[in-house]
Design a protein around this ligand. Structure first.
Ligand SMILES: Nc1nc2c(ncn2[C@@H]2O[C@H](COP(=O)(O)OP(=O)(O)OP(=O)(O)O)[C@@H](O)[C@H]2O)c(=O)[nH]1
Ligand SMILES: [Mg+2]
Length: 195
């Protein structure tokens, strides 16, 4: 996908602050620190999303307008431990409200589920896939940080995760090397077309 324009459009904690121009959306979901915001920067070739080596950087729903045609939506990372129970609840509500609002309006075309191939997939990941399926959300799995593993370890890590969760169609991606950038563009285009 050629990126002609990409810009930060909105940051919000509830639907009143979400964009109103009704462009289709693809949401990024995954654990904290897995590389969601970095992926947006590398995919667009612009430093528009804030990243950090400390987990818990993205704390609001962030909308990035791409080619004036669709939004990539960066969500706060799941399972970030260093927050209070109250804050955790409010994050869950924020993410839940986002999905509800965008599904109701017919704007959500798909989700990119971002996984680290060095980690095992557990109940959190499994429930993510089940939840997406139950709502009829198309999901594409992105195995990120592929540069951190040898090819052998990468494919065995991915195989192991695929035995634990219904990962379906997947690509490997690296924000460091740019691996998977073109494949990601293709997947996003498919989600936008079919979703
Ligand atoms: N080596 C390598 N490092 C990466 C890659 N992607 C992200 N990182 C690093 O991982 C850390 C977290 O990246 P972010 O993009 O901020 O992660 P996030 O998923 O947005 O995290 P939250 O906002 O906390 O949910 C940063 O230090 C990045 O530089 C990658 O593909 N390869
Ligand atoms: Mg982030």
């Amino acid at each position: 996908m050629r990126i002609l324009s990409a810009e930060f459009a909105a940051s919000a904690v509830k639907d009143a602050g979400f964009p109103k121009d009704r462009l289709p959306e693809v949401a990024l979901i995954g654990r904290s620190n897995v590389g969601k915001s970095s992926l947006i920067n590398v995919f667009t070739g612009r430093k528009i999303a804030k990243t950090s080596s400390t987990p818990g950087k993205t704390r609001t729903v962030n909308f990035y307008r791409i080619n004036n045609a669709f939004y990539l939506v960066d969500l706060p990372g799941l399972g970030y431990a260093k927050v209070s129970a109250t804050e955790k609840k409010s994050w869950e509500r924020m993410i839940g409200d986002y999905f509800k609002d965008r599904l109701d309006k017919g704007l959500l075309k798909g989700a990119l589920i971002i996984l680290d191939p060095r980690r095992e997939a557990g109940e959190t990941e499994a429930s993510l896939y089940n939840w997406a399926a139950s709502l009829g959300i198309q999901a594409v799995t992105v195995f990120t940080k592929s540069d951190k593993l040898s090819r052998g370890k990468l494919s065995s890590g991915i195989a192991k995760i695929k035995r634990a969760v219904p990962a379906g169609a997947s690509i490997t991606f690296s924000s460091l090397t740019g691996e998977g950038r073109d494949a990601l563009g293709k997947k996003i285009r498919e989600l936008l077309k079919e979703g």
